[in-house]
Design a protein around this ligand. Structure first.
Ligand code: SAM
Length: 286
């Protein structure tokens, strides 16, 4: 059965009385090339545990199951569970968990289903929560090798953006801190049913084994970039007010970091962001 064929999805919908939910970001893939690209470029091996976010009717799940030792797919929509039981019936290495990915403890999944091999995350993400999902995976501090995900092209562009660009933001800095980034495909609206309003792109985020910058305290780093980018048009002296430090204290922190207080956060590269955060950590630890 060609799961990805629009006619198969139509049959499934009729048989199970399934309706696409716009609120859950349900845009299912119906293009074998892009499915193959996502799977090929996630470099799944036969020792791996694959965690899939939002399997839908299981187009990526079925392909991953043929390459990985184990696949755990987390799907929020209860009405898709009986469908997945049918479409994935031939695979004995797939477990579907009916849960919200944002409320799922990824460490527990790795502890319970880990294969002793690598851990790869894949997914054609529900676009309404792309950023929270990415941040959750990164901040959960779970041992993952790579994250290969389809998202809105505009979000992919923001993740890849360089300092100084208008679209460089907290998400770019956070992802670039944790991962190296490879764009493996772009996808027009036509590869989905129903078609989304925007174009999409697939990124593979390879989680770094070693941090690219030395941080005294990760939490302070993330607090800095969150506050700073929330008021990105302001100078650092004004935009960092949300960190709780007074202007005089901030002047001192910026001076210690060797950063001009009239600069804006969007002009700071990763090393300068680290210098800023480390200077703040030292100051507040005094
Ligand atoms: N993987 C399928 C495909 O490519 O055809 C479906 C992708 S569709 C863009 C997103 C999927 O994520 C849907 O199945 C949707 O129900 C599911 N989803 C939405 N919000 C979710 C959440 N918070 N947790 C887990 N799954 C979610």
């Amino acid at each position: 059965m060609k799961l990805y064929a629009p006619s198969t999805i139509k049959d499934i919908r009729e048989k199970h009385g399934f309706n696409f939910s716009k609120n859950l970001g349900q845009n299912f893939l119906v293009d074998k090339n892009i499915i193959d690209q996502i799977i090929d470029e996630s470099y799944i091996t036969e020792d791996d545990l694959v965690i899939e976010i939002g399997p839908g009717v299981g187009v990526l799940t079925a392909e991953a199951a043929q390459r990985a030792k184990k696949v755990v797919a987390v799907e929020i929509d209860t009405s898709l569970i009986p469908i997945l039981e049918e479409t994935l019936a031939e695979f004995d290495n797939v477990t579907v968990i009916n849960r919200d990915i944002l409320k799922t403890d990824l460490k527990e999944i790795v502890d319970e289903y880990g294969t002793g091999g690598g851990v790869k995350i894949i997914g054609n993400l529900p676009y309404y929560i792309t950023t929270p999902i990415i941040m959750k995976i990164l901040e959960d501090d779970v041992k993952v090798d790579s994250i290969t995900i389809m998202m809105q092209k505009e979000v992919a562009d923001r993740i890849k953006a360089s300092p100084g660009s208008k679209i460089y933001g907290a998400l770019s800095a956070a992802v670039q801190y944790y991962c190296t980034i490879e764009q493996i495909a772009t996808a027009p609206k036509e590869v989905f049913v129903p078609r989304p309003k925007v174009d999409s792109a697939v990124l593979r985020l390879d989680v770094r084994k070693e941090a690219p910058i030395e941080l005294l305290d990760e939490k302070t780093f993330f607090r800095c970039i969150k506050c700073g980018f929330e008021q990105r048009r302001k100078t650092l002296l004004n935009s960092l007010g949300g960190t709780g430090l007074t202007k005089d204290e901030l002047r001192q922190v910026l001076d210690d970091a060797g950063i001009d207080p009239v600069r804006r956060i969007e002009t700071l590269d990763l090393q300068e962001l680290a210098d800023l955060a480390n200077s703040m950590t030292k100051f507040t630890d005094r």
